[in-house]
Design a protein around this ligand. Sequence first.
Ligand SMILES: Nc1ncnc2c1ncn2[C@@H]1O[C@H](COP(=O)(O)OP(=O)(O)O)[C@@H](O)[C@H]1O
Ligand SMILES: [Mg+2]
Length: 401
Amino acid sequence: MKLNLAVIFGGMSVEHEISVISALQAIASLDLNRYAVTPIYLTKKNTFYVGEDIGKIEAYKDIPALLRKSQEVLPAKVGGKAAILRHPAKTFGKNLLGTFDAVFPIVHGTNAEDGTLQGFLRLLGVPFVGCDVGASAIGMDKYAMKTLCKDCGIPVLDCVCVAAARYNEDQEGLLRGIMQKFEFPMIVKPVNLGSSVGISKAKDEASLQAALDLALRFATRALVEPCVRNLREINCAVLGDISSARASVCEEPLNADEILSFENKYMRQGKGGKTGGAAGRGQKAGMASLSRKIPADITDAQREQIQSLAVRAFQAIDGNGVARIDFLMDGATGEIWLNEINTIPGSLSFYLWEPTGLPYGKLLDEMIRLAFKRHREQEDLMFSFDSNVLANASFGGTKKK
Ligand SMILES: Nc1ncnc2c1ncn2[C@@H]1O[C@H](COP(=O)(O)OP(=O)(O)O)[C@@H](O)[C@H]1O
Ligand SMILES: [Mg+2]
């Protein structure tokens, strides 16, 4: 019997569009002999839709038109299973439109990848693919992630975390503190965004202030860190769970700008990006279309170091499924710092597994298997504790006489 699998994508995030690409790419590679797939589109207003065209990339050229011919649904738990209900409900007729054995969230960025959707799926009690709530939240929060990595002895750049509330109270003092700590140039970024949105380089006090103003428009906290000189970026994906994590080949994304920009990452389709031989329908869009070198041109020792740090970071956050761990390297000294952990990477990093002999379809199978494994492990945990505390409970003084 086929497994009923819902793939949820979209969401209220600056990376909404990229998630549509990542999800529809993945759906095209799922083994349809094993899975009955229902694509579920989460709009930027956090409403859920299903329909015949929801799984077609061309339909997203005109989203209002797509929504008009699709059906809004409400996810719910029905008979112990995750389900979708027609919304608004019909007085007569069928409102239960589907039930699912598992959910595959393919969302990027805040309000989705950051544990929000994962928490919702936990409440529904359905097995879901990828990192759990905690790992997703830590992966999205660059400050929490760096703090955790530091504790585990994983090299990260020193940073100052600037909260908007404090910045507004004492801008001058904060700027002075930062300039005492770091030399220019510095990099300023929102603490929890992705795709290079809101990131800029500060070369002096005025541009530091402008960079903080910009970053704090996107998040309530911003990070300031030293700018890595002779920058090279090396990424490595990790697949598995805490006991089976293994590293992929390394890639080196190739920059056209100083900061690897949103445009560079996603809008350079068809400009000669080497994707490691991805075959299939529409697989060269999104993150997979970025110009990159696979494998990265680094020494064996550097590769081993990066792969081992990537696995350690994945284990440190208690990762699950596939994550991409990004590193910054000083090309002159060879020094390496972990920069960020993407718990649902663009294109699910399939192009980093194909060169290891793992085709995209098999990568997806493995991720789904891991979802069921975690679900079983969680079911074995004790979540309730029988007691008679409530039997005798009363609030003094509130009792009616
Ligand atoms: N400390 C740094 N020094 C130099 N360049 C950086 C630094 N931090 C980020 N960058 C550049 O900015 C890009 C985006 O930053 P990153 O931290 O990866 O945020 P995002 O989550 O938006 O991808 C990086 O890919 C890199 O090109
Ligand atoms: Mg990045």
